[in-house]
Design a protein around this ligand. Structure first.
Ligand code: 5GP
Ligand code: ZN
Length: 115
């Protein structure tokens, strides 16, 4: 999508602090962190909202959803805060507080490696 800020991050037209990348997903630091750790996990493909994972109210795109969630778990394990704990959040549409219309999971934790 031409004017989508997260597509521009995927295409490296806008810089970001990338945590993890593979052929399907990208994980990067949120520009305005709400917690000590605040990452965003997005599919490389443009999908506007979590509602759009379900087409015709039937087929749920579980492939991309499981890949996104597995990426969160892998990052938490690799960065050693899986046992400490974290929160996953998806905002959907204006009523859910969504501001960027390219689906993303917020990976949030108050873990600090210094503690
Ligand atoms: P939403 O409210 O849509 O669930 O969250 C969008 C998130 O994207 C916000 O937490 C916001 O800080 C973050 N964000 C918006 N623009 C940028 C950007 O250009 N770069 C990065 N890294 N994060 C952004
Ligand atoms: Zn996009």
């Amino acid at each position: 999508m031409n004017d989508c800020i997260f597509c521009k991050i995927v295409n490296k037209e806008i810089s970001s602090n990338i945590i993890f990348e593979d052929s399907k997903v990208l994980a990067f630091k949120d520009i305005k962190p709400a917690t000590k750790i605040h990452y965003l996990i997005i599919p490389k493909e443009h999908i506007s909202t979590i509602n759009d994972l379900q087409k015709d109210n039937q087929d749920f795109d579980s492939d991309i959803w499981s890949h996104m969630t597995k990426t969160c778990l892998d990052i938490a394990k690799n960065e050693n805060f899986a046992d400490f704990g974290y929160k996953l959040q998806v905002n959907c549409n204006p009523g859910g507080g969504q501001e960027v219309y390219h689906i993303h999971i917020h990976l949030l934790s108050e873990y600090s490696a210094l503690n």
